[in-house]
Design a protein around this ligand. Structure first.
Ligand code: NDP
Ligand code: ZN
Length: 376
């Protein structure tokens, strides 16, 4: 009995040692508290499984969601926290069953790194709506790997199943491609869900990282785009991206004549605002997609009565997009030269800490992208 017990202990120890040994060392930049600055952080990722690839990260976008999450604005998270779910890089290793990628290929990761794979939504390519819950790229319990908390892409590498990695075409502009993996698909998806067509009058509320992608997809479809934002500083950019009108909502005179005008509105606003103002701007039968997700304490509310007194208008939420749609969006964007406007920053604690402050203060045009190759 004693011998069997010793054997069992030995076996368990060697399994643990084996899986520890095969863990992939990683380093990045992390927040250690909701109010702190970024600091260097060394950690490890799960071993490269037979269906996994190891990506050496080249570029990582800074999404406003990273900030909401990193500052525990949607609920308390555990720290250290490595943000980043707009990831572009090169495949460094492949598991033995991998067929979609080979070493040296470009690969990307968005907000999803796994999902149950067997529910109806997963089977229909809607992994973002997995009934068990998707495994998010960061701050998420990875139920395929001992429930460990995932760490994001402000790091030198990532290990991901090939089924949840996106193929980046060789001719893509790698400096700009990463934000498509979240900002791109989050706006592309509802625009197509709502079937926006050439000549439609549409609006984009919030002209930031997501908003400027929405404008580009809508303009490419031939829609007439009006932008709503809170600053004068982006008026010229609105024209540059092809919008027909720019409304600074802090100028009440510019809001005149806006009601009953749009067949589609997308709200990307990350702060408290009045959604009913936009509901009134919809035509009968018009659709409003809400993607902006402010901090829980600032979450906008729509009184039920507003629906009755602004009848026959449709409002829905949208959450990123599934893996097939993300691939479709990426291929479309690269083929049509639709990219975010980016500001490249170095992967050091000051640059990333400052970048967060600038996004919060509305000082970024339009997306920060961290050059992860500069990580020391
Ligand atoms: P950004 O900060 O890049 O852009 C937000 C824009 O909204 C800025 O231009 C900002 O102006 C503007 N804005 C702020 N307040 C108002 C207001 N009251 N009215 C009109 N415009 C306003 O953020 P992102 O684009 O990266 O993200 C936007 C939101 O979308 C976030 O809440 C994020 O968490 C969420 N998100 C949701 C996803 C989903 O799947 N549903 C996926 C990804 C993100 P200024 O710059 O002047 O402050
Ligand atoms: Zn995002």
């Amino acid at each position: 009995m004693k011998q069997i017990f010793s054997l069992f202990i030995l076996l368990t120890m060697s399994i643990i040692t084996f899986s520890q040994e095969n863990r992939v060392p990683s380093k990045g930049l992390a927040l250690y508290a909701k109010d702190g600055d970024f600091q260097p952080y060394e950690f490890s990722r799960h071993a490269i499984g037979d269906n996994d690839i190891l990506i050496d990260i080249m570029y990582s976008g800074i999404c406003h969601s990273d900030i909401h999450m990193g500052k525990s604005e949607w609920g308390n998270i555990s720290y250290p926290f490595v943000g980043g779910h707009e990831i572009a890089g090169r495949v460094a290793r492949v598991g033995k069953n991998v067929t979609k990628f080979k070493v040296g290929d470009y690969a990307g990761i968005g907000c999803i790194i796994n999902s149950c794979g067997v529910c109806d939504n997963c089977k229909n390519g809607l992994e973002n709506l997995c009934e068990k819950g998707m495994v998010g790229t960061y701050a998420s319990h990875d139920y395929f790997h001992n429930n460990e908390i995932t760490q994001g892409g402000y790091a030198n590498n990532y290990v991901v199943s090939e089924n949840y990695a996106i193929k980046i075409p060789e001719n893509a502009d790698m400096k700009k491609v990463a934000p498509l993996l979240c900002a791109g698909v989050t706006t592309y998806s509802p625009i197509h869900f709502s079937n926006v067509k050439k000549g439609d009058s549409v609006a984009v509320a919030g002209f930031g990282g997501l908003g400027h992608m929405a404008v580009q997809y809508l303009v490419a479809l031939g829609a007439n785009v009006t932008i709503f934002d809170i600053t004068e500083e982006k008026r010229a950019d609105a024209k540059k991206f092809g919008a027909v009108e720019y409304v600074n909502i802090n100028k009440p005179e510019e809001l005149e004549g806006q009601n009953n005008k749009y067949s589609f509105i997308i709200s990307t606003i990350p702060a408290k605002y009045d959604p009913v103002m936009y509901v009134k701007m919809l035509k009968i039968g018009g659709e409003m997609a809400i993607v902006g997700l402010p901090a829980s304490e600032n979450m906008p509310m729509i009184p039920a009565g507003s629906f009755v007194f602004n009848p026959h208008k449709k409002i829905y939420g949208s959450l990123i997009g599934g893996i097939p749609e993300t691939q479709k969006m990426l291929d479309y964007s690269v083929a049509n030269n639709i990219y975010p406007e980016v500001e490249i920053i170095n992967a050091d604690v000051k640059s990333v800490t400052d970048a967060y402050k600038n996004v919060i203060d509305g000082k970024v045009k339009f997306r920060y992208v961290i050059d992860m190759k500069t990580l020391k």
